[in-house]
Write a protein that binds this ligand. Structure first.
Ligand code: MF3
Ligand code: CO
Ligand code: CO
Length: 317
């Protein structure tokens, strides 16, 4: 997911102020998909140089993917989901997160003829993220990290196929886990789906955040605020930023052809997080359990299409 604090600090003069706070920088030069084709790469929202947006340049932009681009994204999304399906039977007590990383890497490169997006992304050294228990996100696979019964782990997979990104993550339980852990895993998944169910043309990004927040907080789960969902396409992280909290009717209005992720991180304890000295691993400050689920979603005329369903879920729909 996208790091709000980093992207704000990278843009001097960007002022955080609620939903409109996220002045964002695309390290990868995002938000331009085939802008030169007729009708393609159209940007939703006011132009970046509109003086009215002086304090939050570009934040209201999202690319509209053409039908052909949507098809490419369908493929990338399916491949990312296939990796999670493939790795599922290997997420068992005793396995190391590096073994999971190598299996996913080899499958992506050799079977799918695709590229694992995390590898070398802003210096990340592995091909997937493996986040165990109190690790919120961006856990780095390691041969020293062995799964044990009772662990919960998020595996986050992003593949690049023919230049297009598909990004998805799921939680896995290892052996028998505590009731509290299972509850967190299940409710976080439900929160993601409630957010996704808001997606349709004319809805606002704030509707997604509000749906998640009004579900999670009364259940005494806190929402991580420093990281959020993101537009996705030719770039890993594009505008807009998709917050997992917020207010109905606020934020960008959704239009058919937009593609972004919904990836809430919920904690059993307080929402605050800490970045480890490795520069990547994000943990809960109070060491409470954290969970996350993620899908890449296309806005359609009728509502939404989830591009990263697993094979079993594709059957049903
Ligand atoms: N897949 C993550 C996301 O959902 C981003 C991981 S960046 C990495 O946006 F470098 F840590 F891989
Ligand atoms: Co993501
Ligand atoms: Co991800």
């Amino acid at each position: 997911m996208r790091d709000l604090l980093k992207s704000m600090s990278r843009r001097p003069g960007a002022l955080p102020s609620g939903q409109a706070a996220q002045a964002s920088t695309n390290q990868t030069g995002a938000t331009q998909t085939s802008a030169n084709q007729a009708g393609a790469g159209a940007k939703a929202g006011p132009p970046a140089d509109d003086p009215a947006n002086a304090f939050h340049p570009r934040i209201l932009q999202a690319t509209i993917k053409t039908a052909a681009e949507q098809e490419q994204m369908r493929l990338a999304g399916r491949l990312a989901a296939d990796v999670l399906d493939m790795i599922t039977p290997y997420v068992v007590p005793g396995v190391t997160t590096e073994e999971l990383n190598v299996r996913c890497h080899d499958y992506i490169v050799e079977v799918q003829q695709a590229i694992p997006a995390p590898l070398n992304y802003r210096g990340f050294s592995k091909s997937i993220c493996t986040s165990i228990n109190h690790v919120v996100c961006h856990g780095i696979p390691s041969p020293d990290k062995r799964l044990k019964p009772g662990d919960i782990i998020n595996l986050d997979v992003t593949v690049i196929k023919d230049g297009w990104h598909g990004d998805t993550s799921r939680m896995f339980t290892v052996g028998k886990v505590s009731q509290a852990a299972q509850r967190l895993v299940d409710l976080t998944r439900e929160a993601m789906w409630l957010g996704i169910h808001e997606i349709r043309p004319g809805a606002h990004l704030g509707d997604i955040g509000a749906a998640i927040q009004t579900f999670a907080e009364p259940r005494h789960l806190s929402i991580v605020r420093e990281y959020c969902g993101h537009g996705i396409g030719r770039a890993f992280h594009e505008d807009p930023q998709v917050l997992h909290y917020g207010q109905r009717g606020q934020g960008m209005e959704l239009q058919p052809g937009m593609i972004f992720t919904v990836e809430p991180m919920l904690n059993v304890g307080k929402r605050h997080v800490r970045l480890l000295p490795d520069g990547w691993t994000v943990i809960t400050k109070d060491h409470s359990l954290s969970a996350q689920w993620e899908h890449t979603v296309l806005v359609t005329d009728a509502g939404y299409e989830v591009l990263t369903l697993g094979a079993a879920e594709r059957e049903q729909s």
